[in-house]
Design a protein around this ligand. Structure first.
Ligand code: ZN
Ligand code: ZN
Length: 296
């Protein structure tokens, strides 16, 4: 039997394809895919700007699915019930590299991210090792697909040990920045959101930001990004705070190793800013034109 999948066969191409519907291997759970988020990473893949991946690729790493079949070695007593709605950890791990041996599976040297290094979940059914399946009973199917992207910002807030007495400046209110805004707000911090797009600032306020700042586009770029000393200037804030970059820095924005220490408050620089620095002002608009969820 064959199922449908969305494939990116090459740069700036997308196609609905037919692939084999494989049974789950012994340690795998078979999911019916309910929702898949469209991430900035997928957009980069589509535009040919993701250096980590190869074509053709089925994208999809923000996953909401329902268990429909189990491999023979899946431990039934751990709750892998048929019909249960779940989400998925989209990162693989080898179990034997230095990171894995420390229990930091998310940092595995040989990670194969779904939809980037191997085919992702933009398909009708998807098999995944049972240990990568997460239960979150009570969340709706669309919300399960939001768990993975929101955890990025939540993780930064946790690393920054944000406390109720903190004022947190979030630069960039894309999906990742929104996660940081929600996470910091839930911890009781006062959040200042900064973005070029007033629609995103309105969203940021509805998610808990106390203030929204919209700097002039050129001013922002000239002053805070294109300046070769910008990152050094930011690090001079250390007497009263510490920046926390999130995302993929461009060549122009080397991330000093000294910023990796966990300090507060946190600041996010999303990959959206990287795009801005390359004059890709329309990335958000491009993303809004595409369907944000895929329902087979
Ligand atoms: Zn993503
Ligand atoms: Zn590993």
């Amino acid at each position: 039997m064959q199922i449908q999948a969305i494939s990116i066969p090459n740069k700036r191409q997308a196609a609905l394809i037919q692939i084999d519907d494989l049974p789950p291997k012994n340690h795998e759970v078979k999911l019916r895919i309910d929702y898949v988020g469209l991430c900035g990473t997928d957009l980069s893949t589509f535009l040919g700007k993701n250096p980590l991946m190869t074509y053709p690729r089925i994208p999809g790493h923000e996953i909401s699915g329902t268990i429909v079949a189990l491999g023979d070695e899946v431990p039934l007593h751990r709750g892998y019930d048929l019909g249960r709605s779940v989400t998925v950890i989209p990162y693989s791990h080898c179990g034997s590299c230095a990171a894995c041996l420390r229990g930091r599976f998310h940092a595995c040297t040989y990670n194969q991210t779904l939809g980037v290094k191997c085919d992702g979940a933009m398909q009708e059914f998807f098999n995944i090792p049972f240990e990568k399946v997460l239960f979150a009973d009570g969340l709706s199917a669309p919300h399960l697909a939001l768990v993975e992207p929101l955890t990025v910002g939540f993780h930064a807030v946790a690393r920054g040990r944000v406390a109720p007495s903190d004022t947190v400046l979030i630069l960039g209110c894309g999906m990742i920045g929104m996660g940081a805004i929600i996470g910091a707000s839930l911890r009781g911090a006062k959040v200042i959101a900064v973005d070029l797009d007033e629609r995103k600032l309105a969203l940021a306020k509805s998610f808990g930001a106390a203030f929204g700042l919209q700097p002039g586009r050129m001013t922002f770029r000239k002053k805070y990004w294109n300046s070769p000393r910008a990152w050094d200037q930011m690090s001079s804030w250390r007497p009263w705070g510490a920046p926390k970059p999130i995302g993929l820095p461009s060549k122009r924005s080397p991330t000093p190793a000294r910023w990796s220490a966990s300090e507060m408050p946190c600041m996010t620089l999303t990959s959206r800013l990287t795009w801005w620095s390359k004059r890709k002002w329309t990335s958000w608009d491009l993303a809004m034109q595409a369907p944000t969820t895929f329902r087979p």
